[in-house]
Design a protein around this ligand. Structure first.
Ligand SMILES: [Zn+2]
Length: 204
């Protein structure tokens, strides 16, 4: 039987080190892509589950920032718009695909779900076509805001320390890329989407 939140939490607490009161360091701390030294690394204290979970930003479309603002939009379509994130990025390009309608990812109607699948592939293809980009990493979390948003992080060519899972941490650690470079990449991706998917280029 699946563990209830309390049972899950009790199981986690049972794994806490009696001396330090913390969980052991994660195995990924010893991966070559981990962006921090492991000396003095400690896992934050385990906190109890919060039930019921608090509402996310924009729940039910009320006071939703994604509905209210199209700032940073680089490409526009009847159903979708990718935006450059409001803050600058450490990677060459960080795009957030947002639905025009207020909808949570699991609630997408099948027609839109099929469309976003194709669009995410086209977006990845466009980003990976940039000559200085090796990979477009995708991330869908949705814990902060309810409005559908799927990130793409452009992993710079040759940067083998930035493979995979820990890209968001690297993006936060790296110095911000110049805005003119970021905007040129965003425009190239938008133009590629116009050619392959339709829609129109927008000014970020
Ligand atoms: Zn919204």
């Amino acid at each position: 039987m699946a563990a209830s939140p309390d049972v899950f939490h009790a199981r986690v607490l049972a794994a806490v080190d009696e001396r330090t009161g913390r969980l052991p360091s994660p195995s990924m701390a010893y991966w070559e892509i981990f962006p921090f030294e492991t000396d003095d690394l400690t896992v934050v204290p385990v906190v109890a589950p919060v039930l019921p979970e608090p509402a996310r930003h924009g729940a039910g479309g009320v006071d939703c920032g994604a509905c209210a603002s199209e700032d940073g939009t680089v490409w526009r379509h009847a159903h979708w718009r990718p935006r450059v994130s409001a803050t600058t990025s450490g990677v060459p390009l960080r795009l957030m695909l947002v639905s025009q309608a207020h909808v949570d990812f699991p609630d997408l109607p099948d027609e839109r779900a099929a469309e976003v699948g194709v669009l995410l592939v086209h977006r990845a293809r466009a980003i990976e076509s940039l000559p200085h980009v090796a990979r477009a990493h995708l991330s869908k979390w949705g814990d902060g805001g309810e409005h559908l948003h799927v990130f793409a992080y452009a992993r710079p060519e040759g940067q083998r320390q930035m493979l995979g899972t820990l890209m968001p941490l690297w993006d936060d650690v790296l110095p911000p890329v110049p805005l003119d470079e970021r905007d040129a990449d965003a425009r190239a991706v938008a133009e590629a989407l116009v050619r392959s998917f339709g829609g129109a280029v927008a000014r970020p």
